[in-house]
Design a protein around this ligand. Sequence first.
Ligand code: SAH
Length: 465
Amino acid sequence: MKHFPIFLAVEGRRIVISGGGEAAVAKLRILMKTEAHLTVIAEDANPQIEAWADTGSITLLKRAQEPGDAACAALFYAANDDELEDARVTRLAQSDGALTNWVDNLAHSQFITPAIVDRDPVTVAIGTEGAAPVLARAIKADLEARLPRALGTLARVGKSFRKAVEVLPFGAKRRAFWSDYYFKAGPRAIDDGGPEALPETLETLLNTHLHRDEQPGHVTFVGAGPGDPELLTVKARRALHEADVVIHDRLITKEVLELARREATIIDMGKVGFGPSTPQAEIDAAIVEHAAKGAHVVRLKSGDATVFGRLDEEIEACLAAELSYSVIPGITSASAAVAIIGQCLTRRGRNASVRFLTGHDVTGFADHDWRALARTGEVAAIYMGKRAARFLQGRLMMHGADPATPVTLVENASRTDQRVVASSLSKMAGDLEAAKMDGPCLILFGLEPRKTAAALSSIQKEIAL
Ligand code: SAH
């Protein structure tokens, strides 16, 4: 981040704009939404600026800028559309101690103005560090369409009620109240009786929530997918957004964790320091402890929670503690990996079933029905197979698998650093070692990356030659 977004307190402070043309007018239109005192300095001001000055919305100084004009100003805009003049006034304003913006000159600006969605007091600021103004405008348009006009009114009236709502315990109960207000009772009240109806609605709603029975906690087991936050389900996103406590494992990416509510407690149960994994009993205990206190716990597990995730043990811990739970399925890494190489897990005439195997289990390298797997056309997605690769290779060849059977290694599937290595049964252990993978790796046994259109055409050309 080269620009850090903040919200600057400007009420009662000065903002100075140098320039009297279109660029200045455009800035003034946004600045007039603030409660700052606006001063425009321009020898020549266009009629719009003159009109604002006449009604007292701004102060207009019809002369060239002088030292001291931007003294005590919070912000300064150079908007003359004239390079020499903008450079001169920026220098003056900086020596007066103001933060300066030179309109449409990113390199010489100390701050930039974001695209703004205004539902005062809810304000959304969108910035692209000057990289893609078109994108910022598209996002703005999208949000403008999505955020109800009444949002500002709801927030303003709601704010004056915040103190009263403190009678509800902090956390799930208070959130349930506000969620009811913003998304159900509040909009309904505005529709029926206008903004004047809101205070009474808030009173009634608070009463209802105060007398609700103690709400017990709940545990949602959420499959977080292979890492790309866009591969989360809509339900997973919602659960993350509503969680009081998020307990996650080692493979959860920071992009996914960023979708949790800012106030949520995030607990990394991946591993202790650089040591071994957290013991399962400790994870179970943490889930139960938080949910028993009434929290909505999201237990975030990589891929799909039901695939090699020790989910049963955690569900049993919930049941033993008489806690309610639900499971939100996720995209398992096998699905992500196979999509990356453009293949299918099953194929008519090749394999009518597919196996999900683990390279190890609690007792060490896991045993499987090697003979069945060694048959031509079989496909298996092998999880946790890195360390077991040599063992897997040996067992499969011993049971008659063709050493040339294709094997594809997919590391960090769906993440920005994903890697695909095409290999074969006889070479996979060596290829894995050589690739020095330190991210999670899925081994696709019996599948090779599909030739891309470009690769195919070069093959065809070779044949033609
Ligand atoms: N529940 C998870 C699997 C947990 S076991 C799922 O459904 O995907 C952990 C193993 O999953 C890792 O050792 C690796 O084999 C695989 N894995 C998880 N995320 C992966 C990713 N992004 N890319 C490749 N393999 C991954």
